[in-house]
Write a protein of this length. Structure first.
Length: 420
């Protein structure tokens, strides 16, 4: 693992382009398994999680080739349905292969997933739904063994709108016999993108983004090219970067309609934001204002994946703000590191109380997870002196070139090796 060295106190100014969304491309890569041929994915981010997913696809016999920002995946040679435990432990999202591998091979063996250290992340909703669709599931020695003679359509009510469970159901239902209806599904833009991708391949799915998704099973799909939606969390992170540095930025390939919860909070804090088709402009106020309460909720609520970054911003906002993290337990590891940089944060269970300080101080801090790590880089942008953020690999799971992008915006940030 490397680390990032940031010299704080430079107001950002410039333009940067947002790349394809991690959380859209991962289920899309899983979905390529359903079509035994070549699928062409444009604007595919070259991030660690995508590279891990490619290694998983290769482990079942697929091949993948980069042509610039385009990834060509050939799944015609896939034959294996056992996913190596080591790869699964590197990335929790590997669980979204359940639906597509079952759809194609009617069988999968996969170990319990790993991923970010942000509290327990059960998969009971995934397994319950698959059982309803005619899949036999045995759990033994840390492995999940799934088999089916054929997936059947079912009416599934999700107790919680889980993103991964919704995706797995959609993927498993593509070749199911009959109709599958998902009540209370996740409504994230990435779910809509998965629907659009699958429908372009020939699936029959409607309702993604609403309270009910209906999937009518088909018997075959076809080869397509597809461009992934821009990453709304990277967009949000760069908006905060401009705001925390007291600067301004123009973001290209940014979909403001996916970011209303974030935009509205940034405006409450005094930021000026202009939205245009495919681009967004932000200008920081001279003084950031605190926010009464931010509660993380499933989309269209405030995303848990932006909680750490907004916390970094609130540490220098005038007044007291409250964050309520309602999606994941233990998702406040970044708070302890922000406190080391001089932030005033009190944690009480799922509540964080943040009292703004005049300035943060540069320090050596540790990224414990992807978004928490990004938040520490943001804090470094406004901190006095030098900040070193260790464990860069966590951040590179979801940001292709955060250092290069921030340098384009005028920041002083370098990636350095661990021994430096
Ligand atoms: C996805 C995103 C992740 C984001 C999260 C919430 C991807 C690759 N990852 O993760 O970046 O933070 O959505 O927006 O898209 N739960 C259960 N049982 C289950 C499944 C989930 O109890 O079977 C709980 C989880 O523990 C968690 C909550 O539901 O508390 C949300 O999880 P979920 O929506 O499934 O998130 P992921 O798909 O893992």
């Amino acid at each position: 693992m490397g680390k990032f060295r940031i010299k704080g106190g430079i107001p950002l100014k410039g333009e940067v382009r947002i790349g394809g969304a991690k959380n859209a491309v991962l289920p899309i890569l899983a979905a390529t398994v359903l079509y035994p041929g070549i699928t062409c994915i444009h604007d595919c981010p070259k991030i660690v999680d995508v590279l891990t997913m490619i290694r998983i696809l290769e482990s079942i016999g697929c091949t993948a080739k980069w042509e610039g920002k385009t990834l060509l995946v050939d799944t015609s040679t896939a034959s294996n349905f056992e996913i190596p435990a080591k790869l699964v432990s590197e990335m929790r999202s590997s669980i979204i292969l359940l639906g597509s591998i079952l759809g194609r091979f009617h069988e999968i063996k996969i170990s319990y997933p790993g991923g970010c250290s942000i509290g327990p992340r059960p998969i009971d909703l995934h397994l319950k739904a698959l059982r309803q669709m005619g899949v036999r599931i045995e759990e033994e020695h840390g492995y999940i063994l799934c088999k089916t003679e054929g997936i059947t359509g079912a009416k599934i009510h999700l107790d919680f709108p889980s993103v991964g469970a919704t995706e797995n159901i959609m993927l498993a239902a593509v070749f199911a016999k009959g109709r599958t209806v998902v009540y209370n599904p996740a409504k994230e833009p990435e779910i809509v993108d998965l629907q659009n991708f699958l429908n372009r391949m020939g699936a029959v799915i409607r309702g993604a983004g609403t309270n009910t998704i209906v999937i009518d099973g088909v018997t075959k799909l076809s080869s397509i090219e597809y461009t992934v939606i821009p990453d709304r969390i990277v967009t949000g992170t760069y908006l905060v970067a401009a705001a925390i540095s007291g600067g301004e930025a123009l973001l290209h390939n940014a979909q403001s309609k996916h970011l209303y919860a974030i935009i509205s909070k940034l405006r409450e804090m005094g930021c000026m934001i202009q939205e245009e088709k495919d681009q967004m402009y932000i200008k920081a106020p001279s003084h950031l204002k605190a926010i009464d309460t931010i509660r993380t909720y499933p989309y269209p609520g405030f995303p848990t994946d932006m909680q750490a970054q907004i916390m970094a911003l609130l540490t220098i906002a005038k007044g007291t703000s409250i964050i309520s993290e309602n999606i994941f337990e233990s998702r406040y590891k970044h708070a302890e590191e922000l406190i080391r940089m001089g932030a005033h944060i009190q944690l009480e269970g799922k509540i964080a109380i943040i009292t703004g300080v005049d300035r943060l101080m540069g320090a050596v801090v540790k990224a414990e997870d992807l978004r928490g790590g990004a938040a520490l880089i943001l804090a470094g942008l406004c901190a006095e002196g030098e900040t070193i953020v260790c464990n860069s690999r966590h951040i590179e799971r979801g940001y292709q070139q955060i250092d290069e992008d921030l340098r384009t915006l005028g920041a002083s940030i370098q990636k350095i090796k661990d021994e430096e």
